[in-house]
Design a protein around this ligand. Sequence first.
Ligand code: ZN
Length: 377
Amino acid sequence: MFGRTFNLFDLFGFRVQIDVTWLFLALLVTWSLAVGFFPALYPGLGQSTYLSMAIVGMIGLAASLVLHEAAHALVARAYGLPIKYITLFIFGGVAQLEREPETPKSEFLMAIAGPLMSLALAGAFWFGWVAGEGAGFPVGLNGVLHYLFVINLLLGGFNMIPAFPLDGGRALRAALWGWRGDLLWATRVAATTGNVFGLALIGFGIVRALYGDIVGGVWMFLIGMFVRAAARGSYMEVITHRLLDEVPVTRFLHEPAVPVPADTSLDDFVHAYVYDTHADFYPVVEGERLVGGLNAKALSRVPKRRWRELSVGDVMTPLAKQPVLPPSADVGAALTAMRKSGAEHVMVAEGERLHGVVAMSELQRYLSFKLEVEQSG
Ligand SMILES: [Zn+2]
């Protein structure tokens, strides 16, 4: 999900980091505060005052987002779900769960903790703002408190919209899950709300842009796209884990997994292996030892005139850079490993002893079959 991230600090044992895309949001927020929000509400101040107010406001927004995510993370940890990172990125913040919550109650409480934190912050900033107006705080400070009240109210409110994967959508899913005891159905309903909401945002975004608010319109459009993709992604993830966890990976061992000796020249490899077995992926061995893997597609990156001089060992991906699973692993672990590494195959091995290869395409075929069967019942 993320590109480059930078670690900031630890909060309650969570590592707070920013993704490079956050810088774009930070600039956009600073700019719109400096030329829009503050001059409109607090006219007559200097340009540099607006800019410093905007920068403080942006930092306050970042802190508010981190606290929102920390609330999610603290509840998750109380239920034994590990969270390592809180990440700020282009659409706000996210606390990365390593596992999905196991009960409707834990998911519900985890989901509402974030918006409740934002609403509590909104209350605190509102109090500060009102008190500041009364006590004659500097106008710059009052402006920032005012903004942080508004933005936290919006954050709490927006996230409570019952559209998956927004917090409100997660709470909705948990409630439906608790009601009927069917996580798959609950996820399907909640993902549908997310999809519809995403479409609505895209539609409104286009209309807004057509009426002249290009930045706001494009922003809504992008958030709508993001919500739709995330709703779909989360749904698929739940389904795959529901259907594939505890199915042993050894059931999908690809036949034939033909191991290729590392010293085979690429020329021999193509003629003796690829043309013969038509596999996409070959484990590479030195004697009995598994040392790496080679995707047949990787050959297209090597000029044909070099096929004689280069060996399979020269162009393979070494073992340390490949997903390898023990024979005891389940299919859910295989999918997770492939998604993390971007690989389309995962080797199953005990130490350096190869058991076989599992292909993503094979898992997907099985998954779509199982989905049809489950949904028809
Ligand atoms: Zn949240």
